[in-house]
Design a protein around this ligand. Structure first.
Ligand SMILES: Nc1nc2c(ncn2[C@@H]2O[C@H](COP(=O)(O)OP(=O)(O)OP(=O)(O)O)[C@@H](O)[C@H]2O)c(=O)[nH]1
Ligand SMILES: [Mg+2]
Length: 322
């Protein structure tokens, strides 16, 4: 079994398997991931500040300007706060980050995040800066699920779900990494394909001329028609549904699909996007769609149980064909 498109939730799904069917991230493991949380916070605030420059947004408060200059100033080729130990957020840095995040200019840049690249989990971590910056901070399981750490190598994990052993191959979604995949897909029981519904008005991180959802649709078609995967069923995860619903309140999917003329409700838009994926597969291929929010453990428990039933079904059909 394996899974696909950058930042769409593949690794988060793997993490959920570990939460629900693995060791559940014991404290000793979570402590090790603390530097990743700090790094997510640092990257987020710097990207926000840089975006303000690009978008011509001014700071609300005079002192924010100095704080931001300090934050992104370069010293010996490194940003000065990066000189702080990775496993620590200094008091000075914390004060600066908190003040900047409260500045209306920074909040305006957050509102316009579809115009540049910013991980959605930025808000989750920046809102929690007080807790994260304490000396005794240990990331919670929820924090771990929100960490953005792009996969760069192919990762394999094994889990036992209801007596069945799963070997999950988690691949890197970035365009430059995709050519490494196909050998790993040969012989898998199912391809778990992840797409971020909320990517409909975003540009790709590694190619900012390409819309994320269009890229994902193209990738889906390529894989669905790939000759090595002719006999392989797909499970399609229409992920980041929570962010999608939020976005639809202010944005129409017409920005991505100019011909769409249905209502801008989550149900109609999800149905439409699901239809766009299903149009891009061979008639014979079975694709099982699921609407998901990979960071929601309760929901994913039900989804994983559905996936388990599908996998059992696929295996039974294969045996029957032998
Ligand atoms: N709000 C929300 N955030 C999500 C959801 N799924 C994933 N995320 C967040 O999105 C970010 C990217 O998720 P990953 O699981 O790392 O994405 P990926 O597909 O493995 O990305 P690559 O490894 O770069 O290919 C993480 O910060 C996750 O916490 C979701 O359904 N809702
Ligand atoms: Mg990943």
């Amino acid at each position: 079994m394996s899974s696909c498109s950058a930042g769409s939730g593949k690794s988060t799904f793997s993490k959920q398997l570990r939460v629900l069917y693995g060791d559940g991230f014991p404290e000793a493991e979570r402590v090790k991931l603390r530097p990743n949380v700090y790094s997510n916070v640092r990257v987020a605030i710097k990207r926000l500040v840089r975006a303000m420059e690009k978008l011509g947004i001014q700071f609300e408060k005079e002192e924010s300007k100095d704080l931001s200059e300090n934050l992104v100033s370069v010293e010996n080729g490194q940003h000065c706060y990066e000189l702080c130990a990775d496993d620590k957020l200094s008091l000075e840095e914390t004060v600066a980050i908190r003040a900047l995040w409260q500045d209306k200019g920074v909040q305006d840049a957050w509102e316009q995040r579809h115009l540049y690249h910013l991980a959605e989990s930025a808000k989750y971590f920046l809102d929690n800066i007080d807790q994260i910056s304490t000396e005794t901070y240990i990331p919670s399981v929820q924090d771990i699920l929100y960490i953005r750490l792009p996969t760069t190598a192919i990762e394999e994990h094994e889990f036992s779900v209801n007596g069945l052993t799963y070997r999950v191959i988690d691949v890197a979604g970035q365009k430059s990494q995709r050519k490494k995949w196909i050998h790993f897909f040969e012989g898998v029981t199912a391809v778990l394909f992840f797409t971020a519904l909320s990517g409909f008005n975003e540009l790709m991180d590694d190619d900012d001329k390409v819309n994320c959802l269009h890229d994902s649709l193209d990738l889906f078609r390529d894989l669905a028609y790939n000759k090595w995967l002719e006999q392989t069923d797909f499970i399609l995860f229409l992920n980041k549904h929570d962010l999608f619903v939020e976005k639809l309140k202010t944005t129409s999917i017409k920005s991505c699909f100019p011909h769409y003329d249905g209502p801008n409700t989550p149900e109609d838009c999800t149905d439409f996007i699901q239809g766009e994926f299903l149009k891009r597969k061979p008639v014979k291929k079975t694709v099982y769609p699921h609407i998901t929010c990979a960071t929601d453990t309760n929901l994913m428990k039900t989804i994983i149980s559905d996936v388990h039933n599908i996998i059992v079904d696929i295996n039974l059909r294969r045996v029957a064909l032998l």
